[in-house]
Write a protein that binds this ligand. Structure first.
Ligand code: GTP
Ligand code: NA
Ligand code: MG
Length: 457
């Protein structure tokens, strides 16, 4: 009921692309933030979310030629940032399956790279429409910066050598898309937006093309996705991350794609022990508009949140909730049992996909996404794993690792990715000779483990 084109929700936009093409920087430029500078190693390792209200988009698209004819009908964009590093393919997959439309970021100096192609294939498989941000144009030879203008005018005002380089590199990228079986064209030369993907030249550092990128997203969403964006009351919400916040206890960050959540709602979610929790929403917190949900902010409390939004939920007993799975709301007491069964089945399906070896290291991570990312990396590095867990390292985990120690020394090891190690667990490990490696960057874990293995040889 009530679904209509006059009641659209915010479009969920996922930013995808190869590592270091500038995905987070593009969002920083748009938000006037500096999230990228605060990331460990400048590498994105989690999915993020930012609410961009339509007022901000109107402001930032003022410089776009012809925009005055556009009627803005969506209430804004919810932009999801994803990691570009090879090992996070599951987060890219999750982000791209959540979204209505995507921005595929390509570094104009590098063209299509490995994870660009991987992302492209995800988008093709899900038939998700997307635009390409042809980023880092400020790195073209002798580029002169003039950000508060339509990018078409900026390009035509560059010197002849700069324009030449721009044309050559753009043609190269178009050719690379053709090799992937896709038509692509600069957005202002696009002969048919239904069959050609549009390239928008951008610089996340100097700001050129950012307004054009936003304008194209909004107009494409409105013309191609109006039906899909009609607000629906049927709840669709996914847990992105489980996080302890000083003063709030354990909270969850989630993406509400459809429906609404209210303070006091009874929510049901899967937990890392294979069961589920039923709890009441104590508060619904949203970052200020234009702030990143994954960064600690001053949150605003809401009685009700209507899709599409990125929202933080505070409630009791969230410690064991698993990121990456759906949140269900039980509207009546009879629904509680049904919801519990459903979330447990969801989790079993996800973990059931993981193949374990008889001999191998123990792996623990903070979320389903980061666990999958680490496993992907271990698989590529030919490091076998015999057990996986989501959550902190406790004594029981060390006991389990020590039994592996008897079978093969090097595998008496716990790789703890972005999780705590309880003090008594560490003490027990020291006693038993179990190695625990702890890091918040995947390679660091890998480096520590390979150094350890070398030492044993
Ligand atoms: P991952 O999240 O790790 O995949 O990387 P990312 O795609 O989010 O890239 P990020 O925003 O971390 O930027 C990578 C590097 O490129 C940083 O050093 C940025 O400052 C730089 N960079 C990003 N965009 C631009 C741009 O438009 N021009 C220039 N010159 N540098 C840029
Ligand atoms: Na980066
Ligand atoms: Mg990033």
């Amino acid at each position: 009921k009530n679904r209509s084109v006059s009641n659209l929700r915010a479009a969920v936009i996922c930013v995808l692309g190869h590592v270091d093409t500038g995905k987070t920087k593009i969002l920083d430029k748009l938000r006037r933030t500096s999230v990228q500078a605060g990331e460990a190693g400048g590498i994105t390792q989690q999915i993020g979310a930012t609410n961009v209200p339509i007022e901000n988009i109107k402001e930032q698209t003022k410089i776009v030629r012809g925009i005055s004819q556009t009627e803005f009908r969506i209430p804004g964009l919810l932009i999801i940032d994803t990691p570009g590093h090879a090992s996070f393919s599951n987060l890219r997959s999750r982000g791209s399956s959540l979204c209505d439309m995507a921005i595929l970021v390509v570094d104009i100096m590098h063209g299509l790279e490995e994870q660009t192609i991987e992302s492209l294939n995800l988008l093709k498989a899900k038939k998700t429409p997307f635009v390409v941000a042809l980023n880092k144009i400020d790195r073209l030879y002798d580029w002169s910066t003039m950000s508060r203008k339509d990018v078409r005018d900026i390009i035509s005002s560059q010197g002849p050598n700069t324009q030449n380089e721009f044309q050559t590199r753009t043609k190269q990228v178009i050719l690379q898309f053709a090799e992937q079986g896709m038509n692509a064209a600069l957005f202002y030369e696009n002969p048919d937006p239904k069959t050609y993907v549009s390239l928008v030249p951008t610089s996340a550092i100097t700001g050129e093309g950012m307004g054009n990128l936003l304008a194209l997203l909004v107009t494409n969403c409105q013309s191609m996705l109006a039906k899909r964006l009609m607000f629906s009351e049927e709840l669709q919400a996914t847990v992105l991350e489980v996080k302890a916040i000083t003063g709030l206890g354990t909270t969850i960050d989630c993406i509400l794609v459809n429906g609404r959540l209210r303070e006091g709602d009874t929510v049901v979610m899967a937990t890392s022990d294979g069961g589920s929790i039923v709890t009441q929403i104590r508060s619904l917190l949203m970052p200020q508009p234009m702030k990143e949900l994954r960064v600690k902010n001053d949150y605003i409390e809401h009685k009700e949140v209507v899709a599409a939004q990125g929202v933080k939920i505070a409630a009791k007993d969230l410690e064991k909730v698993i990121a990456g799975l759906n949140i269900l709301v039980a509207r009546s007491p009879d629904e509680v049992e049904i919801c519990k069964e459903e979330v447990v089945k969801d989790l079993a399906r996800e973990l059931g996909r993981i193949k374990l070896q008889d001999r191998g290291v123990l792996v623990q991570a903070s979320t389903l996404g980061s666990l999958e990312a680490l496993l992907e990396f271990l698989k590529d590095s030919k490091i076998p794993y015999s057990s996986v867990k989501i959550g902190p390292v406790v004594k029981r985990d060390v006991m389990k690792a020590s039994s592996m120690l008897e079978r093969e020394n090097q595998y008496g090891t716990i790789l703890a990715f972005d999780v705590k190690v309880e003090r008594d667990a560490q003490e027990l490990a020291d006693q038993l000779g179990v190695k625990i490696f702890q890091a918040d960057i995947i390679y660091h874990l890998f480096d520590q483990f390979t150094a350890h293995r070398e030492q044993l040889k």
